[in-house]
Design a protein around this ligand. Structure first.
Ligand code: IPE
Ligand code: IPE
Ligand code: MG
Length: 235
């Protein structure tokens, strides 16, 4: 790929359920296939030397789903983080998580801690997994963190600026350059609202299990043609 690689890509991995039901399978089968697609995307993004990849795995709102589906997803996360993503260790990918730990089950938190620990010294791509994540909740938690520092007199109100807010988010990440959403939906669904402030958006009609490394290349190619002005005027 000769195109300019963005610094930070976010993927809203949507459409697992429809992928499955359109084939007469249970929704869980779609989540399983979605996980397979994700592994290939991570590998490819790392090969492209993408510095940061954020993926939306489970939103704070996804707890509204049936307990059966939520449980299936929680067990899938445990399997992924405990062993199925072990290729990341060798591939030098560093895994971090964004989201609230409450009310995730202990088995999921333990598996998250395991993969975080196993990959913490890796020097390749940073993979930010948004799990039990909500963009509004992240902003609320950021406000609380800063308010606490003011209350404890660690900082004064005058010291609050964009750089301080950046560092009070769940993870220290650069802004998103490109947000990809699959499944033909045109919305952000509470994904990284703050980090997406100047992101380019790319919408794919494919359900996430059908989204391939080649589709990622196509999205990056499209991104390369965009004229990013950041409020200025491009000469
Ligand atoms: C995305 O696929 C995965 C999660 C939200 C966990 P969906 O499960 O939302 O699939 P659709 O949108 O119902 O097809
Ligand atoms: C967004 O997909 C969340 C994830 C991909 C994890 P949803 O399927 O939950 O979003 P809505 O409900 O269609 O907006
Ligand atoms: Mg969906």
């Amino acid at each position: 790929m000769k195109d300019k690689i963005p610094c930070h890509i976010g993927i809203i991995m949507d459409g697992n359920g429809r992928w499955a039901t359109s084939r007469g399978y249970a929704r869980s089968r779609g989540h399983k296939e979605g996980a397979e697609a994700l592994k290939k995307i991570i590998k490819h993004a790392n090969e492209l030397h993408l510095p940061y990849l954020s993926v939306f795995a489970f939103s704070t709102e996804n707890f509204k789903r049936d307990a059966k589906e939520v449980n299936y997803l929680m067990n899938l996360f445990v399997r992924l983080f405990k062993s199925e993503l072990d290729f990341l260790i060798e591939d030098q990918v560093k895994v971090v998580f964004s989201g609230r730990r409450e009310p995730l089950p202990k088995k999921v938190l333990d598996a998250m801690d395991i993969i975080t620990k196993k990959t913490k010294d890796n020097r390749g791509m940073v993979l930010n997994v948004c799990l039990n994540y909500g963009g509004k909740t992240e902003i609320v938690d950021m406000v609380k963190r800063i308010a606490m520092d003011v209350e404890n007199k660690k900082i004064t109100i005058d010291q609050i600026d964009i750089s301080l807010v950046d560092h009070a988010m769940y993870q220290d990440l650069p802004p998103l350059d490109l947000v990809i959403r699959t499944s033909g939906e045109y919305r952000i669904s509470n994904f990284m609202l703050y980090q997406a402030s100047y992101a380019e958006f790319y919408f794919s009609p494919k359900y996430f299990p059908d989204f391939t490394p080649r589709d990622l290349d196509i999205a990056i190619e499209d991104y390369g043609k965009r004229n990013r002005r950041f409020g200025g005027i491009k000469k």
